[in-house]
Design a protein around this ligand. Structure first.
Ligand SMILES: Cc1ncc(COP(=O)(O)O)c(C=O)c1O
Length: 376
């Protein structure tokens, strides 16, 4: 069994993907070819956003978003420590300081109630992460941002396609950033990413920053990066986009089946009623994780830990966080475990994973306590 089965997806869409790749090889415009603009138009429509700017990766999208907003050394950006490292890394790379707020145990997303106490005169932006595929608490976050005139950058690397109060992730704040890393729900076959905004000035800034700050050929009106997404990767996302909504509903079906089997037996994260998730990960919460993980490993079931060490406790980042203890992030880092998930996970594999997990958890005296605690 694969943790994420990309091969089945390719085989199902092989003709479409191959055709799209061949078209790029035929026209030969490998950089900024017609597929780049075509993808940007399709993705902007999909999210209902005015602008989509494709970029070299999800990390690059975050960096370019911060640069477009003018975040600079001395500024602070409020974010979560429970994410992939790129979230805080992007803030540091533009010279600003990440300020961490703890997460909500029920969703593992940033706890919006804790944001206000972290705002200082240096705060320029809030960067929530829509973790595991479920949008963060964007209404509350946007309301706080508005009160203090801050920008909000949604790190939607894991949540493209999800909805919050009926609106698409990536189009929920000042700028939304996503990733097309191969294992993401909408992935390319290399690196890729995009940012979304309804602000014309920010979109122009992002487009220029993506090509070395160039406003016209060899006219560099601002400092930028080499951050384009290449045409072949855009072509691959275009080919996959046709099937994306169907794949999201297959993911949702698997999540529903997992939940039906595991609920009350294994700690589960909560999907908030005003949101949908794209289940970039299906993550369970265990007191005795290493033993349960080993039992799954013995049964040939791959698992992953997202994330074993919160960002503020990573060696290169620890100097930042003398006051940001984030005890819930610390606790969840020891308990979360992601299990196989994807549109082409078979019903029998899903059942097998759930059965082995329940059996292993049953042998943990405290295993059932998690489920009770989390269902509150
Ligand atoms: C939450 C989050 N932010 C940012 C990124 C960075 O995206 P990329 O790998 O495309 O640079 C990822 C990718 O794993 C992610 O999960």
């Amino acid at each position: 069994m694969e943790f994420i089965d990309l091969k089945s997806q390719y085989l199902l869409s092989r003709d479409l993907i191959n055709h799209r790749i061949q078209a790029v090889l035929d026209h030969g415009q490998y950089i900024m070819g017609p597929e780049v603009r075509e993808l940007e138009t399709r993705l902007a429509e999909y999210c209902g956003a005015r602008h989509c700017v494709t970029v070299a990766s999800g990390t690059e999208a975050l960096i370019i978003a911060l640069m477009a907003l003018g975040v600079r050394p001395g500024d602070e950006v409020i974010t979560t420590p429970f994410s992939f490292i790129a979230t805080a890394e992007a803030i540091l790379l533009v010279g600003a300081k990440p300020v961490f707020v703890d997460i909500d145990r029920a969703t593992c997303n940033m706890d919006a109630r804790l944001i206000e106490s972290k705002i200082t005169p240096r705060t320029r932006a809030i960067m929530p992460v829509s973790l595991f595929g479920q949008p963060a608490d964007m209404e509350q976050i946007n309301a706080i941002a508005q009160r203090y005139s801050l920008a909000v950058i949604e790190d939607a690397a894991q949540s493209f396609g999800a909805t919050y109060q009926g609106k698409k992730s990536c189009n929920l704040s000042t700028i939304g950033c996503t990733s097309f890393f191969p294992s993401k729900p909408l992935g390319c076959y290399g690196d890729g990413g995009a940012l979304f905004t309804n602000d014309d000035t920010l979109a122009t800034a992002a487009r220029e920053i993506r090509v070395h700050g160039q406003s016209r050929r060899y006219v560099h009106t601002r400092i930028g990066v080499g951050g384009r997404m290449d045409t072949l990767q855009c072509a691959i996302v275009l080919a996959k986009l046709d099937n994306f909504d169907r794949e999201l509903s297959l993911r949702a079906d698997i999540a529903t089946s997992y939940e039906a089997k595991l609920s009350g037996k294994v700690g589960l994260l909560k999907l908030m009623p005003d949101r949908t998730s794209v289940y970039a990960q299906y993550t369970v919460v265990l007191d005795d994780r290493e033993r349960v993980r080993e039992a799954l490993h013995q049964a040939g079931i791959p698992t992953a830990i997202h994330y074993p060490v919160p960002i503020h406790r990573q060696p290169a980042y620890a100097w930042l966080s003398t006051v940001d203890a984030c005890p819930i992030a610390m606790d969840m880092a020891e308990k979360v475990m992601s299990i196989p998930m994807g549109p082409y996970l078979s019903h029998s594999d899903m059942t097998h994973v759930a059965d082995v997990l329940i059996k292993a958890t049953d042998q943990t005296p405290s295993g059932k306590m998690d489920a009770v605690e989390l269902s509150k």
